[in-house]
Ligand binder design. Structure first.
Ligand code: G6P
Length: 609
């Protein structure tokens, strides 16, 4: 989704902003732009549809100045085009605005401005803000007061950065629903929608909360509410390293992140076992044992891959606690006006901690007095400040398609399951067995990663396929969902997941020699039934790729291709089956020449509802 970067300080802002924009590229975008206050005191704006290199091509070499703001846009109002790219300016070309989010009453505000004779140059909702702020400045208000006045008229969501060539000693930032982070440097200040754009310059950051506005000057900043009441903010120290944001010798972030999984799990597990009681200790989970005993149901909420990890995690929690647990798409949750019950534990799962739909779900539970916690990767993110919970410690995930964090989400939900289970009725021997399973996961995954060349060779054979099914039973089903999701996201091959038992109830009609099926076949009590489904596919001459843990399926001659994963404990076997599917999707997408890390139309962090 859109990215914001801004700089004020002694240095030329252009290279800082361009490099910052490159860091937020991964979020997904279709155009980019920059606004700079030049030495002569003019506002110079350049923007271009396409990638950052297209913007670089049109930037005049002489362009220097400060302060400045930049933006990568993911189209919402108006098609991707040069004119719709941000920054947007007022008619006098003094004020420039970059905006993430949606102004919901833009049409109404636009009509009013047009009636006053203002001519718009784009189809965006953001341009309305530029004209309104310009008009308030012309009426004599300071930039921050102009922004405050305008925002009190605005409905919708925003993360904003604003410069004014006639007040070049400040940048104004504001937030409602879309993340904004201030980076605090030595006599220089940064603004961004994402800490990754800042960490090359500073690790000291401040997260704006909804309804807050910040005035950044080279030597400091002040924060206030929209009614100008001052607000004191806490400094956060970012723990990520600059190296985490490099590809580290891999061709794509996705492949690097797939290979980081053993380390990510080791980090998630570090310091979390309390061996004496065969349980876990989770610093952010402050439920008393008595409160845990009162929990009668667990509901996991997430979007996209986080939802699928939520299904897998809920199954783990249910098996360890014998408390009914399920998952629901956070994007749908609030629209059904959910009944929030006192004895339900809601768990929101998110890599970014910024997904607008998941935040809204958390707020819905909180508003109705429910018990909610979160499982989040990005430290200090909005969700992590909304509710207590568990950090995954997976390190930054840059590729739009989630891999290591999907795995870390299941691991973290498993850690929670063990914690709750050992308070409920999971015995110590079972606790120990599960802890040992957790500990074996990194090495099991290393072994799967060693078979990457074989998996890649299988994947390449399917580069011309147009559709595939992914099937799995029970705990294999969320893995099938995620496998299909990975494939469509990055290779644009149509892929659908079904519970294996459902195949015969409709989808089987499509299976043919041109319609391959990926079957998740862990060595569990359902293997026999799974193999019957595979037989049904074979009977229609559908090619089958099996993810297996034993030779049964291959021995029966049922598979065209087999990818074997090690056996762990039954709880973790499905998670292991997912690792080859990540590599399968990756190598298939590479074979098709796709932009693996930045698939078309998608964004890493979806900060609009
Ligand atoms: C977007 C991404 C998905 C991701 C989902 C949830 O749709 O493209 O890959 O799974 O958001 O993101 P979150 O940051 O909440 O885990």
């Amino acid at each position: 989704m859109c990215g914001i970067v801004g700089y004020i300080g002694p240095r030329d802002c252009v290279p800082i902003i361009m490099e910052g924009l490159a860091q937020v590229e991964y979020r997904g975008y279709d155009s980019a732009g920059i606004a700079v206050v030049t030495k002569k005191g003019n506002l110079e704006v350049h923007k271009k549809k396409g990638k950052l290199r297209d913007l670089r091509d049109v930037l005049p070499k002489r362009l220097t100045g400060k302060p400045g703001i930049g933006h990568t846009r993911w189209a919402t109002h108006g098609v991707p085009s040069d004119a719709n790219a941000h920054p947007h300016t007022n008619t006098a070309q003094t004020v420039a605005v970059v905006h993430n989010g949606i102004v919901e009453n833009a049409n109404e505000l636009r009509a009013k401005l047009e009636a006053e004779g203002i001519v718009f140059t784009s189809e965006t909702d953001t341009e309305v803000l530029a004209h309104l702020i310009g008009r308030a400045r012309a009426a004599g208000h300071d930039l921050q007061d102009a922004v405050r006045l305008v925002l009190s008229e605005v409905e919708g969501a925003y993360g904003l950065a604003i410069v004014d060539a006639t007040q070049p000693d400040r940048i104004i930032a504001a937030r409602k629903g879309s993340p904004v982070v201030i980076g605090v440097g030595e006599k220089e200040m940064f603004i961004a929608s994402d800490v990754s754009a800042l960490i090359r310059h500073t690790k000291q950051v401040v997260h704006l909360d909804d309804g807050e506005l910040a005035v950044l000057r080279a030597d400091g900043f002040e924060t206030m509410a929209l009614d100008a009441t001052p607000i004191q903010k806490k400094l956060f120290a970012v723990t990520w390293n600059v190296d985490d944001l490099d590809k580290g010798g891999f061709e794509h972030f996705m492949r690097k992140e797939i290979h980081e999984q053993p380390l990510a799990i080791e980090r998630a597990l570090r310091g979390r076992f309390e061996e004496r009681f065969a349980t876990t200790h989770l610093g952010g989970v402050n439920l008393s044992a008595r409160e845990v005993l009162d929990i009668r149901r667990v509901k996991v909420l997430g979007c996209g891959s986080a939802y699928y990890a939520g299904i897998a995690g809920a199954q783990l929690i249910e098996s360890m606690t014998r408390i009914p647990a399920d998952a629901e798409p956070a994007s749908e949750f609030r629209y059904r006006n959910p009944v929030i019950e006192r004895d339900v534990l809601y768990v929101a799962v998110s890599q970014s901690g910024e997904t607008a739909d998941t935040i809204a779900a958390v707020q819905e539970v909180k508003r109705k007095g429910g018990l909610v916690m979160c499982v989040v990767n990005v430290v200090g993110s909005t969700m992590s400040r909304e509710a207590e919970g568990i950090y995954m410690h997976a390190g930054p995930e840059v590729s739009v398609a989630s891999t290591k964090v999907f795995t870390s989400m299941i691991v973290s939900l498993g850690l929670l399951g063990l914690h709750l289970g050992r308070i409920k009725d999971l015995g110590p021997a079972e606790g120990e067995r599960i802890i040992n399973g957790f500990k074996r996961l990194p090495d099991d995954i290393r072994r799967i990663l060693e078979s990457e060349p074989e998996i890649a060779a299988i994947a390449r054979k399917f580069a011309d396929t147009s559709s595939m099914f992914f099937i799995g039973r029970n705990a294999g089903y969320p893995i099938a969902l995620e496998g299909a999701q990975k494939l469509k996201e990055i290779s644009y091959i149509h892929a659908e997941a079904y519970p294996a038992s459902e195949l015969k109830h409709g989808p089987l009609a499509l299976v043919s020699p041109e319609f391959p099926v990926v079957a998740i076949l862990p060595d569990d009590p359902l293997l026999k039934k799974n193999l019957s489904t595979v037989q049904e596919v074979r009977a229609r001459r559908g090619p089958v790729i099996g993810i297996t843990q034993s030779s049964t399926a291959a021995d029966e001659g049922l598979l065209d291709h087999e990818i074997r994963v090690p056996k762990n404990e039954p709880e973790f076997d499905p998670l292991l089956c997912n690792i080859p599917l990540q590599l399968f999707a990756y190598h298939l997408a590479v074979a098709r020449g796709c932009d693996v890390d930045q698939p078309r139309n998608l964004a890493k962090s979806v900060t609009v509802e």
